[in-house]
Design a protein around this ligand. Structure first.
Ligand code: ZN
Length: 503
């Protein structure tokens, strides 16, 4: 398996000790690496997100919050996420301050918390770079992103310093000069956030940057903003929704309802970016500058007291004891669920499973290993740069899926999986023979009826209800149900007496 499961278990038995080596990070011409990309992060009990530089027998060599080096044991290890939200500023860096005393660092965190909840409610695996009022240099925020290689990295800010009056919000989205993905994400986010805020009638302010923009710093011939410059290959955007420095806008942004509206608009944008090919709009021609930004560096940053990083308790915090828990725990221990959590120690058990996630679980279950990286994908809607695409490709290679459409071939990675479809996937994946009639009263005429009989005869399902026995073939399969199907198929948990046997 991936090894992460056993690694996690062995760490859990180590004493939760922490040694901060306080090796001064050497600032090279470029701020990356130190950590190899894709190594994951460790999250402490206090919510500090520590990018992993090296996985060792005795713990993790990590980058600390202030860009030093440290060794930690325990904590929650996260290998992949779909979305990283980076609430701008924190600690001694307040960011913009409204005339009503609202600080940008607090506002950014409040909206980021609402956004992360919204994303998890929609079944996305998302984490924050900070959950508390802590200072984090930009190089560390970028390193967190590189360690996780998310599909979306969003640095969430609110603006200051506008001068010109405007009929519409001065919303700005900054994207990476070199990245078509970053640019498309910025254009979609601009549409969503601008539309959501424009319904409010206040004395808006704007600058020439209103819209989706990129800024070249001529001396380095690269992005002006470090967070965009230090995250190559990751679709990164800075959102600057409205001007906190304008009294009317500061009052508006202090309203919890408006904060929620902004969070939902950003979630809508992220979902559209991930699940559609919409091009976005509001693009400006590239700006150039000789200005060098001074804020956000690591100089003078003092690492917060890490203290007890915490021993990772086995199991997810949001999975109740009951039918599905044994299978979920077993799959987690086997490393099959790595990267498909919905947050640190969160599984979101009632969320319907998406096709890409099912592919990840099935491939790990069948191969007992992660697939090799790929540079090309047979499906147009499974881009090679998504971390789960190699699993989709492998699932097709194993002839468990042919995709969801042809001309060009598509996989529909974000579509949900009905229980009927799941039966067909399981029958093909585990090569189940034809089963006896299952006796379910709701499967006659279903294209998946034979597969459902096979899955029931193998003791992988008992259906969704009794008196009379039902299978609910049209209902979406939840993550819990999928875990139980898979746990039984792999015999990590006992199979159930088959209904068909009773005649
Ligand atoms: Zn800011």
């Amino acid at each position: 398996m991936t090894g992460a499961g056993s690694r996690r278990r062995s760490l859990a038995i180590l004493a939760a000790t922490l040694l901060v080596l306080t090796v001064a990070a050497s600032a090279g011409a470029q701020y990356y690496p130190p950590g190899p990309p894709g190594n994951g992060v460790v999250i402490s009990d206090d919510g500090l997100v520590l990018p992993v530089r090296e996985i060792r027998d005795d713990g993790y060599l990590v980058t600390t919050t202030c860009w030093n080096e440290g060794v930690v044991t325990g904590g929650t290890y996260i290998s992949h996420v779909e979305v990283v939200i980076d609430p701008g500023h924190g600690g001694s860096e307040t960011g913009a301050v409204g005339s009503n005393g609202l600080t940008e660092k607090a506002l950014n965190l409040t909206i980021s918390n609402l956004l992360i909840e919204e994303l998890r409610d929609r079944g996305f695996n998302a984490i924050l770079t900070r959950t508390t009022d802590v200072r984090i240099p930009i190089v560390v925020r970028a390193e967190i992103a590189r360690a996780l290689k998310p599909d979306v990295f969003l640095s969430l800010h609110h603006n200051g310093g506008a001068t010109a009056r405007s009929d519409l919000p001065g919303t700005e989205m900054y994207h990476q000069i070199e990245s078509a993905n970053s640019r498309r994400l910025a254009g979609i986010l601009y549409e969503e956030v601008q539309q959501a805020l424009a319904v409010y009638d206040v004395a808006w302010r704007k600058t020439v940057f209103q819209g989706a923009s990129s800024v070249l710093r001529v001396e380095v011939q690269d992005d002006l903003y470090g967070i965009l410059q230090y995250t190559p290959g990751i679709a990164t955007v800075i959102t600057e929704a409205a001007y906190l420095s304008t009294p009317a806008e500061a009052r508006l942004l202090a309203d919890p309802e408006v904060q929620r509206v902004e969070a939902v608009a950003i979630a809508d944008g992220i979902e559209r970016y991930l699940t559609t090919t919409d091009p976005g709009s509001g693009f400006n021609p590239m700006f150039s500058t000789s200005r060098k930004l001074s804020a956000g560096g690591p100089g003078g940053c003092k690492d917060p007291e890490l203290g007890d990083i915490g021993v990772d308790e086995p199991g997810f915090d949001d999975v109740p004891d009951g039918t599905h828990r044994p299978a979920i725990d077993a799959l987690r221990d086997a490393g099959i669920l790595d990267g498909t959590e919905c947050g640190p120690d969160l599984f979101c058990p009632r969320q319907p499973i998406k096709r890409w996630m099912m592919a990840v679980w099935l491939v790990r279950a069948l191969d007992g290993a992660d697939p090799a990286p790929i540079t090309e994908s047979r499906f147009v809607d499974a881009p090679p740069d998504r971390w789960w695409t190699p699993y989709v490709e492998r699932l097709a290679e194993l002839e468990v899926t042919r995709g969801c459409g042809s001309g060009p071939a598509r996989f529909c990675p974000y579509d949900l999986v009905t229980r009927g479809q799941m039966a067909s996937f399981l029958k093909r994946a585990f090569d189940l023979g034809a089963g006896r009639p299952s006796g379910f009263v709701d499967t006659a005429g279903s294209t998946h009826a034979e597969a459902i009989d096979a899955v029931a005869s193998s003791g992988i399902t008992r259906g969704c209800g009794v008196l009379p026995p039902h299978y609910c073939p049209g209902a979406n399969t939840t993550k819990s149900q999928t875990a139980t199907f898979l746990g039984r198929a792999l015999e990590l948990v006992p199979r159930v007496p088959s209904l068909g046997g009773r005649g």
